[in-house]
Design a protein around this ligand. Structure first.
Ligand code: NAD
Length: 419
């Protein structure tokens, strides 16, 4: 990690967090250094023939952060902004996240520098199949299991599974999770992250003795995580007063009809212009007075510039790394309860774990079983985090890091240093 990082880069945030937790855990310098480094990093540059007939070179990454608790797990992101440092940070957060919810994985992440919106389906498939081939040495059902992230979806996972399977000569569904149902996906996986966010929010409301019915919710991002969070909040009786996507936001003080908005978004590929709502600039959305603000788009949204304007009672981090350390300090000073990403959005990886288990056993569960098991793990993890925070008199974020990093350091200690 020798690169010079921007002040608010995801990696700077991730490394600062390790230092904070290590201080509370009294870890040795050697342990902290190990936890701050990624175990394996692969950068690939590969050619893809575009629809125009031209060949374009794409760059992609796959990073394994830590394997002390099991095979590595983490999404693949298609974005024009992805960088090796960002992937390192995201891989690190996956390690802590899997440990916080106590599932037997280490963390990984991957990404390809591209804008999926500018690509045809055929080009997207070409990129995915060639990228999978390039990272074949990094992925396997018992070594490293990718999943969807920003800009990728079940179809992309299907192409990864198919490409890997073609190389092996037989179907290997357990090499990737977040697949479509008809090729070994799990019922309830698509909805798991957003549902998990709201299970965490509900538990926090219970703990604080706050009333969830009628609580106002603002969601930044209306992709997989944001749309399901909004839908689940709506089902739990909350008032979703504003949501946004890359094109801007919409606002309705009475509460948006989320199921209708989901249909509208499916038809129009954007939430802009949803009838009965007022347009809202993305910057303003974060500063709306509300009970729960859910950043569910991307990292570095609540910073030293934007955090002072937040007027929420609680921030529930659906995205990975949406709050910078400075932003976090400011929210804490404003007495805003922050449910940290590595606990709050862990529902996705929990359901991915269930999908992997089902694939390995060739035995599939009902959606109600998946959601019930997910709910139990989210509730248990929330209280593990909350108990740690109360016992050590620290914030929920530091508690989640202490819990996750502590479990990883423990596993490393138990296994011992090879050779
Ligand atoms: P997605 O690509 O499905 O959706 C992203 C959404 O954010 C889109 O609606 C996009 O328009 C919107 N967006 C992008 N930039 C924005 C901006 N500046 N302002 C407002 N909206 C903006 O991605 P996703 O899978 O929902 O992931 C979102 C976040 O959640 C990422 O940080 C991801 O790492 C994290 N996450 C995803 C999962 C999962 O299971 N998909 C699990 C855990 C964490």
């Amino acid at each position: 990690m020798t690169n010079i990082q921007a002040e608010d880069s995801a990696l700077t945030t991730a490394l600062t967090q390790v230092d904070q937790a290590a201080h509370h855990l009294k870890l040795s310098t050697g342990s902290v250094e190990m936890l701050k480094h990624c175990k394996r990093e692969l950068t690939v540059n590969f050619p893809v023939r575009m629809d125009s007939g031209d060949v374009r070179i794409f760059t992609g990454y796959r990073v394994h952060h830590n394997t002390s608790r099991g095979p590595t797990k983490g999404g693949i992101r298609y974005s024009p902004h992805v960088s090796l440092d960002e992937v390192r940070a995201l891989a690190m957060w996956m390690t802590w996240k899997c440990a916080v919810v106590n599932i037997p994985y280490g963390g990984a992440k991957g990404g390809v520098l591209c804008d999926p919106h500018d690509l045809s389906l055929r080009e997207l498939e070409g990129i995915t199949r060639r990228f999978t081939t390039e990272i074949t040495m990094m992925i396997s059902p018992d070594g490293d299991i990718p999943a969807p992230d920003m800009g990728t979806n079940p179809q992309v996972m299907a192409w990864i599974m198919d490409t890997y399977s073609m190389h092996k000569g037989h179907s290997v569904p357990a090499v990737v999770t977040g697949k479509p149902l008809n090729i070994g996906g799990s019922a309830g996986r698509l909805e798991a992250t957003g549902r998990g966010v709201m299970f965490a929010v509900r538990e926090a409301f219970r703990t604080m003795n706050w009333e969830l019915q009628g609580a106002s919710v603002v969601v930044q991002g209306f992709g997989n995580v944001g749309s399901v969070t909004a839908q689940t909040a709506h089902e739990m009786g909350c008032r979703v007063i504003a949501v946004s996507d890359i094109s801007g936001g919409i606002y309705d003080a009475e509460g948006i009809d989320v199921p209708k908005l989901i249909e509208y978004n499916r038809a129009n590929k954007s939430i802009a212009g949803f009838p009965g709502t007022i347009p809202q600039a993305n910057g303003q959305l974060l500063s709306l007075p509300c009970d729960v603000l859910v950043p569910a788009a991307m990292e570095n949204q609540l910073t030293r510039t934007t955090a002072p304007m937040v007027q929420a009672r609680m921030v529930a981090e659906g995205a990975n790394g949406p709050t910078t350390p400075d932003g976090d300090e400011i929210l804490r000073a404003k007495n805003i309860l922050v449910l940290p990403d590595i606990m709050c959005n862990a529902g996705g990886v929990v359901a991915s774990y269930f999908e992997w288990v089902q694939d390995l056993q060739n035995l599939f569960w009902e959606e109600s079983d998946v959601t019930l098991k997910l709910e139990r793990i989210m509730i248990r993890s929330y209280h593990d985090m909350d108990d740690t925070a109360k016992r050590m008199n620290i914030s929920l974020r530091t508690a989640a890091l202490v819990l996750g990093i502590g479990r990883v350091a423990d596993a490393h200690q138990t296994r011992g240093l090879y050779p």
